[in-house]
Design a protein around this ligand. Structure first.
Ligand SMILES: Nc1ncnc2c1ncn2[C@@H]1O[C@H](COP(=O)(O)OP(=O)(O)OP(=O)(O)O)[C@@H](O)[C@H]1O
Length: 548
């Protein structure tokens, strides 16, 4: 790319350039250009230099391979006195530029042509975790001048190989407040269009629709997949992408196999009620931020869990909950005629009212939790032992809730994450096992997720960094006798979690899965790439659950 640009830069006659540079140096001394802006880029040879009007002032604008820098031009004082006022220059890094357009004045309804006004550079401006689109108008009425600048800028943007040019988009119109489609049309599609990204949109019609499309469509023509929806939709698309990769690689998903990576990165446009995946890679629930991360090709490899039962893959996912989390979801499904938010609150209250522990055999293989730098074959060797021979540690007892997460799951309910002690790609999962406790103690633990207090500093909560977890719910006979006195307030006469079909409810990324018997959960390091970056804490305003 740089060769192409250097060739392009020969447009400038070197004599002229020297002369101009001398003039520029003089001018810099005269007007006192913001020194930081220029000095950081001083090692880069200018590709282009020209005069544009920015705002109300004429500016000397310089393009290098990494920046556009502009400095206001101060007219010479007729009295010959040097200017006292220091004029401020500014710059944008080209890595923050996501589109460039020729700017024309058009009358209402006019679709093409129009009077040339200059060029507009679109920048993703950062404010904390938020990215906002910002336009810098470089006005100049010369068509030749603008054409050269436009071409150079376009060449540079096209040279960013990490940026997608074509995307497969899934929109779940039923997510949360049914706003996903409008969010896409109003906030995301215009940015994709501006960045000249081709899109192929599927508005999903039912649960499982995205998976069936991903299993069959030709992926070669895309540079990424985008999901507009809540965590359930993201989980479905992530599962579909990973399942497709296993099919293409000939992996037998009816066995304990080592999965291959998904072929395409996944972009997450938040339009759900919790959006923990979007928050974990953007730090904020903001569709424009998510769209700009996708356009600018910011990528982050993440660990994913697999859930298997009797040796068969059931799901790839980011979070698995058993006990309270599974029960609450099962209760919510039974109230399907009630609107989403009220349904969840009712189910939550009902599960709290009937709080009861599950009798389980919980086994896990611990990991350091620190990011590991292993080769793929070393990882494969290590993780293939997980099914049978790993150094399992086993606990037997009563648990109110067991959660396993491969990413921190940041959200407004838990700005530091449901699992703050795991990272996006540390080859490890967080295991949070909440043992038997009174309802009031359990509520205290839940409340701490949205506060600054440590939600895990309770004697009945155990946390571990793990590579694999095996959970075997034990027969419901027996556990009532072991219930602690502290838990007397719970309704011990209530039906156990096991259903009449002999299955247990699991909450897998917010989706209910009824599974009989033992479940194996393994971590698969970095097998999925998400558009976004690693984030420490969500910038969301903490919201407290209205039920507790
Ligand atoms: N047209 C549709 N009608 C009904 N369900 C759908 C449709 N399209 C997709 N789904 C399913 O809806 C489920 C829930 O979607 P999603 O998570 O986006 O919404 P939500 O539950 O309202 O949001 P959140 O998980 O953030 O609370 C997903 O499992 C998805 O498979």
């Amino acid at each position: 790319m740089s060769e192409r640009l250097e060739a392009g830069s020969k447009v400038n006659n070197s004599m002229k350039r020297q002369k101009r540079r001398k003039g520029q140096q003089k001018q810099q001394q005269r007007v006192g250009v913001e020194e930081d802006a220029l000095s950081a880029d001083s090692h880069c040879e200018p590709l282009l230099r020209g005069i544009f009007q920015i705002g109300k002032k004429s500016h000397d604008v310089e393009l290098t391979t990494s920046r556009i820098t502009w400095t206001p031009i101060q007219p010479e004082d007729p009295t010959g006195q040097s200017a006292v006022k220091k004029l401020q220059g500014d710059f944008v890094d080209l890595t923050d530029v996501f589109a460039v357009k020729v700017k024309r004045r058009r009358s209402v309804g006019q679709k093409s042509g129009g009077t040339l006004l200059g060029i507009t550079v679109f920048v993703g401006k950062r404010k904390g975790a938020k990215l906002k689109d910002h336009a810098v108008h470089l006005n100049n009425l010369s068509a030749d001048h603008c054409e050269i600048w436009f071409k150079h800028l376009k060449d540079i943007l096209n040279g960013f190989q990490n940026r997608p040019k074509s995307l497969k988009v899934f929109i779940n119109p039923s997510s949360h407040k049914k706003e996903a489609y409008q969010v896409y049309v109003d906030q995301v599609a215009p940015l994709f269009k501006l960045a000249d990204i081709q899109t192929d949109v599927t508005v999903t019609e039912r649960k499982g629709h995205a998976v069936s499309v991903l299993k069959e469509c030709s992926l070669e023509e895309y540079d990424g997949v985008v999901c507009v929806g809540g965590d359930g939709s993201v989980a479905e698309v992530a599962h579909g992408l990973l399942l497709r990769a296993q099919m293409d690689a000939g992996r037998d998903t009816d066995s304990i196999f080592m999965p291959v990576q998904a072929a395409l990165p996944l972009g997450v446009i938040p339009a759900g009620s919790t959006d923990a995946v979007a928050c974990s890679v953007h730090g904020i629930r903001h569709p424009v931020t998510a769209a700009l991360h996708i356009i600018m090709g910011h990528k982050q490899a993440v660990d994913v869990c697999s859930v298997s039962s009797v040796g068969r893959l059931m799901r790839f996912c980011f979070s698995v909950m058993f006990g309270f989390g599974g029960r609450t979801l099962a209760a919510a499904e039974k109230l399907h005629w009630i609107p989403n938010t009220q349904r969840r609150e009712l189910a939550f209250i009902s599960s709290l009212t009937h709080l009861k522990p599950e009798d389980c055999e919980l086994s896990f293989i611990a990991s350091s939790g620190a990011a590991v730098d292993q080769t793929d074959s070393e990882l494969e060797d290590e993780l293939s032992n997980v099914a049978e021979d790993g150094p399992w540690q086993t606990r037997r007892g009563l648990y109110l809730s067991i959660s396993i997460m491969s990413i921190p799951c940041l959200c407004s309910m838990a700005p530091r994450g449901l699992a703050p002690f795991t990272r996006l790609n540390n080859s490890s999962m967080a295991l949070v096992a909440v043992g038997n406790a009174s309802r009031s103690e359990f509520i205290k633990h839940l409340k701490r997720y949205s506060s600054t207090n440590n939600q895990f500093s309770f004697s009945f909560v155990e946390t571990q960094c793990v590579r694999a977890v095996r959970l075997r719910p034990r027969s419901h006979c027996g556990w009532t006798d072991e219930t602690s006195e502290e838990n007397e307030e719970s309704d011990t006469k209530n039906a156990p979690i096991i259903s009449t079909e002999g299955t247990y409810p699991w909450n897998i990324d917010g989706e209910l899965l009824e599974v009989p018997g033992e479940v194996l959960i393994r971590v698969h390091p970095r097998i999925l790439t998400l558009f976004g970056s690693d984030v420490e804490e969500a910038e969301e305003k903490p919201t407290k659950c209205s039920c507790i």
